[in-house]
Design a protein around this ligand. Structure first.
Ligand code: ATP
Ligand code: MG
Length: 355
């Protein structure tokens, strides 16, 4: 087990910066998810940690030892870092046990020790009885677990996952999520887990690193990302928060401040030191309530049934240029063309300059 320190890491491909000054410290035994839109640099970051990618600036330290830095690049096989990819590429002509033990065989580990370590790794992923099977005779989830065992057999101090569940169907994903969480609990391995599925990240991770355009935007617990997003991108990306323009009217007191949102005055949470200024605010479902009168008017464009309730989409009557979407439990009495009254009961003022 080992912690991981990423310090000011930049990776350039020609002129293009795929990673920009990324700094991140992960504790021993922590489960960290890296989340962000396609092309934001997640895989590049992971490949840099594993040593498949040289970095242009900064340094990477695993378990206290620098593995990437100025004039230094420890090769992947000497890093003691395990990696599990989305397409797990098992050898079809080898049994499960042979797949898992292949790297040990190449490294000339004696047969008896190899057998013992393969069995341990298979037991860890709950496939102890399936060593003789061929990959073709396994389910997708079992194959993914073989890939995990193949990574674990080398007893890595840090395990990296790159979208390991992206090829699995919804039910299998949920089952595998539970298995990864359980595996982490049992072994205490430090895990960096890449996904672009925020529900998966929230379900699994102690902390989540949100990336955008090569930058680390926020590194925090799922609760913190939800309640106190660092900018509008995080507010949208995590659980589809509503971001509206607003004006801060007062000075922050005990973490709260008075804000004007489209003519409504609301007391909201805010960063320390917030004072009067134009601002973006992030609203969550708990901050909104359908009202008979008062509140902001929302012209309903669409009401889509989503099992157990409706997703309402429309725009504020005062700002037809803004989109606003929220969920209403069944039975909902709103249809396209109507004006809904939405009372705002709370929210979060985005940090200055981040609206
Ligand atoms: N070898 C390379 N040469 C040039 N550009 C590259 C190279 N590898 C990655 N990139 C670019 O760097 C950016 C980040 O790519 P990366 O694969 O890290 O994204 P990602 O966040 O993993 O995306 P996805 O969610 O689609 O997997 C992209 O714009 C990509 O085109
Ligand atoms: Mg990727």
């Amino acid at each position: 087990m080992a912690g991981l320190k990423i310090d000011g890491v930049t990776r350039r491909f020609g002129e293009f910066e795929a990673l920009k000054q990324v700094t991140l410290e992960i504790g021993n035994g922590e489960f960290v998810a890296v989340l962000g839109p396609s092309g934001c640099g997640k895989t590049t970051l992971l490949r840099a940690i594993a040593g498949f990618e040289k970095i242009s600036e900064g340094s990477i330290t695993v378990g206290g030892a620098e593995v990437s830095g100025p004039g230094r690049h420890v090769p992947p096989e000497a890093r003691n870092v395990g990696i599990v990819f989305q397409n797990y590429a098992l050898w079809p002509h080898m049994s499960v046990a042979e797949n898992v033990g292949y790297a040990l065989k190449v490294a000339k580990v004696p047969r008896a020790e190899r057998g013992r370590r393969v069995q341990e790794a298979l037991d860890l992923v709950d496939l102890g009885a399936m060593g003789e099977r061929r990959p073709a005779n396994l389910s997708g989830g079992q194959r993914q677990r073989v890939a995990l065992a193949r990574c674990l057999v080398a007893t890595p101090s840090l395990v990296l996952f790159d979208e390991p569940l992206a090829n699995l169907d919804v039910h299998l994903r949920a089952a595998m999520e539970a298995e990864f969480a359980d595996f982490h609990k049992r072994t205490g391995t430090t895990i960096v887990y890449i996904t672009h599925d925020q529900a998966e990240a929230v379900a699994l991770a102690d902390r989540i690193a949100v990336m955008d355009h090569g930058r680390l935007i926020q590194f925090a617990t799922p609760q913190e990302l939800y309640a106190r997003p660092a900018n509008a991108m995080v507010a949208h990306f995590i659980a589809n928060g509503i971001v509206l323009p607003a004006t801060v009217l007062g000075e922050e007191q005990a973490g709260k401040v008075l804000v004007d949102v489209l003519g409504e005055q609301v007391v909201m949470d805010c960063p320390p030191g917030t004072g009067p200024r134009p601002a973006g605010v992030c609203l969550r479902p708990a901050d909104l309530r359908l009202a008979d009168s008062g509140g902001i008017g929302v012209a309903v464009k669409r009401a889509v049934y989503r099992g157990g309730g409706f997703r309402i989409e429309g725009h504020p009557v005062l700002r037809p240029d803004l989109e606003i979407g929220f969920d209403l439990p069944d039975p909902a009495r709103l249809a396209a063309g109507e004006v809904a009254r939405l009372a705002i009961t709370g929210g979060w003022v985005l940090p200055a300059g981040q609206e």
